[in-house]
Design a protein around this ligand. Structure first.
Ligand code: NAD
Ligand code: UPG
Length: 468
């Protein structure tokens, strides 16, 4: 392959939750490399370029500061996709890979149309050799298809495909990127492959110790990403399963998490019982893993991992049912405050958030909802509900109010449901909230963040996950 010793120009296709922060950090840490992030979404690029850093399309602690440092110096956001690809020696594909909504594999397989379009575009516009990096989460063996598409133009240029899955979690993306447990690079083990791997190692070595950069063959790297998410989600479903048993037996799930997490073989992280995991990754990636296993005829393997999703659906439904049961088996016409709409704290992302499903359940029971989230916009909340197609847009508008003040949300309600673990919820004046609510006043804590004793002393009736 004909590439300079050191990469000088990077293009990233996809300016989303991964492409934006990841490239901002690469640009910050490698000031001698020009990094251009491109997207077909004109508004998204305009938002990345907005003078006011408060209008960035993604809310992520610490992101503003990184963008401020690098943007305009060696970090650029552009809609000129073809130009940025052609200028670069290394092209990251960081586009969305959602669950397929049509045809074969509907509801299970990853939809690779955006990735394929990128590969075709790279093949079409390139006039020099390039390293193409899979940053998106992809089914194992996708690199084979990408390589076939890249080579099909029959030009006299070479492409090398690497797999470099991203492990950042939203809400902690910048910290994860600055100080990640590991970076994974998969590539061919031939001379060109090893050289390409080295080019990417050189980039990450600007700030990460070499021992944290793991290299493997391409297929291990692709499959490691799906496996990591499956293991993480499995832990959440495991503790959520135990939370249901705790409620029947007098055990306390937080005490159990603490007790089992102290065993270093188990570890203390990812044992927080919740209303259910959300986010754009866990469900999509496990469904994809299940689909892949079934496509190889591995039914038992597929069933095993599918159970993680089923348990998560059960947990969301169980939480919503508890609300209705506790409110004397009817929420018809009752006003309920929803605190938190994002799928976790410190992000404005609502994809697959448990809040959407709990809200939908309560709306089916004819409740009236008042929603407050510190970072999610009202349009997004309505769009999430409308997307489910359970009722008309007019009905959603009629039954759901979105407010910018938490006390306003909770005023005159029968119950408060906490669905995201935003820190600010812990410091509210719960006595004041209680005084403004209908009685009996209920708190349903889907994140176990409020001190149960404290609010019961105020007079609330409360339901927590995983305890009597
Ligand atoms: N969100 C996360 O926390 C996270 C973490 C690790 C890995 N991932 C994976 O990274 C990938 C991207 O996820 P995301 O959350 O950033 O998605 P996203 O939807 O936020 O961003 C993807 C972007 O790609 C753009 N795009 C799509 N097709 C394009 C094309 N042909 N040309 C140019 N731009 C195009 C879209 O307009 C969009 O802005 C997915 O495979 C996901 O599974 C996500
Ligand atoms: O103990 C826990 C931990 C998490 N969650 C929930 O699980 C979901 C996912 O949380 P988290 O994994 O922190 O956020 P994501 O941004 O979805 O990150 C996951 O998905 C990314 C996309 O693939 C990966 O890169 C990350 O490594 C992986 O953690 C959220 O709803 C959390 O509230 C719990 O309920 N209990």
């Amino acid at each position: 392959m004909n590439l300079p010793n050191k990469i000088k120009n990077i293009c990233c296709i996809g300016a989303g939750y991964v492409g934006g922060p990841t490239m901002a950090v690469i640009a910050q840490k490698c000031p001698e490399i020009k990094v251009t992030v491109v997207d077909i979404n004109v508004q998204r690029i305009a938002d990345w370029n907005d003078e006011s850093l408060d209008n960035l399309p993604i809310y992520e602690p610490g992101l503003k500061e990184v963008v401020l440092e690098a943007r305009g110096r060696n970090l650029f956001f552009s809609t000129n996709v073809d130009n940025a690809i052609n200028e670069a020696e290394m092209v990251f594909i960081s586009v969305n890979t959602p669950t397929k909504k049509y045809g074969v594999g509907k509801g299970m397989a990853a939809d690779l149309k955006y990735v394929e379009l990128c590969a075709r575009n790279i093949a079409k516009v390139s006039t020099s050799d390039k390293i193409v990096v899979e940053k998106s989460t992809l089914p194992v063996r996708t690199a084979e298809s990408i390589k076939t598409i890249l080579d099909a133009e029959g030009k006299d240029i070479q492409f090398k495909v690497l797999s470099n899955p991203e492990f950042l979690a939203e809400g902690t993306a910048i910290d994860d990127l600055h100080n990640g447990d590991r970076v994974l690079i998969g590539g061919d083990q031939d001379e060109d492959g090893l050289n390409a791997i080295q080019c990417l190692i050189d980039i990450y070595s600007h700030w990460l110790p070499r021992e944290r950069i793991i290299t493997t063959n391409v297929w291990s790297s692709e499959l490691s990403k799906l496996t990591a998410n499956a293991f993480l989600a499995q832990r959440v479903s495991s503790i959520n399963a135990i939370s249901a048993l705790c409620e029947q037996t007098g055990a306390n799930v937080d005490e159990i998490a603490n007790a089992i997490g102290a065993d270093s073989r188990i570890g203390s992280k990812f044992l927080k019982a919740s209303v259910g995991f959300g986010g754009s990754c866990f469900q999509k990636d496990i469904l994809n893993l299940v689909y892949i296993a079934r496509s190889y005829g591995l039914e038992e393997v597929a069933d095993y991992w599918e159970q993680v999703i089923k348990l998560n659906d059960y947990q969301k439904r169980r939480f919503a049912e508890k609300i209705v049961q506790n409110l004397f088996n009817t929420v018809n016409g009752k006003k309920i405050a929803i605190l938190g709409w994002a799928f976790k704290k410190d992000t404005n992302d609502t994809r697959e958030s448990a809040a959407i499903y709990v809200a939908d359940y309560l709306l089916n029971e004819q409740a009236e909802l008042v929603v407050y989230d510190p970072k999610v916009k009202a349009e997004q909340i309505y769009a999430d509900l409308d997307y489910l197609n359970t009722r008309s847009e007019e009905q959603n508008k009629h039954l759901v109010t979105v407010v910018r003040d938490a006390y306003e949300a909770m005023g005159d309600t029968h119950a408060v449901a906490i669905l995201t673990e935003w820190d600010e919820f812990k410091s509210y004046d719960w006595e004041k909230v209680y005084n403004g609510m209908k009685k009996p006043a209920f708190v349903f804590d889907g994140r176990n963040i409020i001190d149960k004793q404290q609010i019961e002393d105020i007079g609330f009736k409360s339901y927590n996950l995983g305890r009597e």
